[in-house]
Design a protein around this ligand. Structure first.
Ligand SMILES: Cc1ncc(COP(=O)(O)O)c(C=O)c1O
Length: 437
């Protein structure tokens, strides 16, 4: 009935997640509140890990793309489930360090890593840096040389496949801020330059072709294109690619309209392509990496809001205003993303009216969902919005000086806070009034 299997209706006829009553969670922890179901988070990690073991003989690693939701507890869960971690900033890297994540399983992405971020990564013997551009390559070589290290590196490659939701385009993806393209020769050129540097060794290639993808074909094509490029590197530069990272982007069910593929199918399909292309080209089977973020975290999360006002503009629109908004979930404002919601104490009531869920920020575009169906809603109701576990907290802000909500992790009827709710003191913590002002 619900889009996420973490959710059900309990004996009080209220919405339940992880054995916890959503109305009670809202009363105990306040709203807005992010709630993450621990069992589903772990299950999602395991599906990918088991698929890698089953379809590629474990000759690979699944990284959790921590940009989806990066907190110390979430890093710990990914670690316990045997995953590695994809980080894209010093902040995400620092979170992993603080969580005690094994650094050899951390991969560092990003199109403009600073000197300090690279140094933090190298000082802590990070598993792999995925190099984006020439300046970064030279900086890494310089830092490694000062430390008398030779670092194995990867390169972010644009394979010329741009996939989003149901469409994918074979060419024309040169116009992206990430990485270096195969089709205009810049990838070959930069890897050739890297091969002449003393303190780096190119051992891996990486690509990421998009997000919320519902089709296997773009991943299969990406694997093929990347392996053909690996074969070209062997032939032209005598470089052996040991590791192929095919990124993340696996689609999830945000609404009933979405029809995602079973997660393990991605690894199964890619494994088949990799094995067949490698045997055809006579190249060594690479270690494979996949890095899902959204598909691990999003379905395991919901957000609880309290309804503060109902504004029915006759013949125009009915607005339901809640106590959060674009500060805790900017995805509608950024991409007009679609979400489903229910009222927590009548989750199965017939959805009889079309409403728009508005946030409390001083922006007309501050909506959480437009024209969705809900039952009758009253002030004080708890609204539960689904599939908010990824790219919500991690994209949150303090716009309008609104404190960020807490995150609770629920399991078997128990809730534990994993991120504290911010208060007004947190809001002014870094403000300074200079003495001479
Ligand atoms: C390099 C890279 N890897 C993995 C991901 C995770 O993608 P998703 O959360 O859609 O699985 C992203 C998302 O932007 C990314 O840029």
């Amino acid at each position: 009935m619900f889009i996420s299997k973490a959710l059900k209706i309990n004996q009080n006829n209220n919405l339940e997640i992880g054995g916890c009553d959503c109305v009670e969670l809202a009363n105990t922890y306040g709203t807005p509140l992010y709630v993450m179901d621990e069992n589903l988070l772990r299950e999602n990690c395991r599906i990918y890990k088991n698929a890698m073991d089953k379809y590629y003989d474990g000759n690979g690693l699944v990284l959790y793309a921590s940009k989806a939701l990066c907190t110390k507890a979430i890093c710990k869960i990914a670690q316990q489930e045997g995953l590695g971690l994809d980080v894209v900033s010093g902040g995400e890297l620092y979170t992993a360090l603080e969580a005690g994540f094994p650094m050899d399983r951390v991969y560092f992405h990003g199109n403009n890593k600073t000197y300090d971020e690279l140094k933090l990564a190298i000082d802590n013997d990070i598993g792999r840096i995925v190099v984006d551009n020439r300046e970064e390559l030279l900086t890494i070589n310089q830092i490694a040389s000062k430390k008398n290290k030779k670092l194995n590196i990867s390169f972010r490659i644009k394979p010329g496949i741009d996939a989003h939701t149901h469409d994918f385009i074979r060419t024309g993806q040169i116009d992206s801020k990430f990485g270096v393209a195969i089709e205009n020769g810049e990838a070959l050129e930069i890897i050739s330059e890297a091969s002449k540097l003393s303190n780096v060794k190119v051992v891996a290639l990486h690509c990421h072709i998009g997000s919320q993808i519902f089709d296997l074909d773009p991943f299969k094509l990406a694997a093929k294109v990347m392996l053909e490029f690996a074969a070209e590197l062997k032939e032209k530069l005598d470089i052996q690619i040991e590791e192929l990272n095919l990124g993340g982007g696996f689609g999830i069910k945000y609404t009933q309209e979405d029809d995602p593929i079973e997660y393990d199918n991605f690894i199964e399909s890619v494994s088949k392509v990799v094995k067949s292309v490698c045997s055809e080209k006579g190249i060594k089977l690479p270690f494979i990496i996949m890095e899902p973020g959204r598909s691990i975290a999003a379905p395991a999360g919901i957000t609880l809001y309290k309804v503060g006002s109902v504004k029915d503009i006759k013949n125009v629109r009915k607005y339901i205003a809640v106590d959060g908004g674009m500060t805790d979930n900017p995805r509608y404002a950024m991409y007009q993303s679609k979400y489903e919601a229910v009222i927590a104490d009548k989750p199965d009531a017939p959805k009889t009216q079309k409403v728009t869920i508005a946030g409390k920020c001083c922006e007309s575009g501050d909506l959480l969902a437009k024209d969705i169906m809900l039952p009758s809603v009253e002030v004080g109701d708890i609204l539960a919005m689904f599939a908010t576990g990824a790219y919500n907290y991690s994209m949150s802000s303090n716009y309008n000086r609104i404190p960020r909500p807490a995150i609770v992790l629920v399991k078997d009827g128990q809730a534990r806070t994993i991120v504290k709710r911010e208060d007004y003191k947190d809001i002014v913590r870094n403000d300074i009034i200079p003495e001479d002002l």
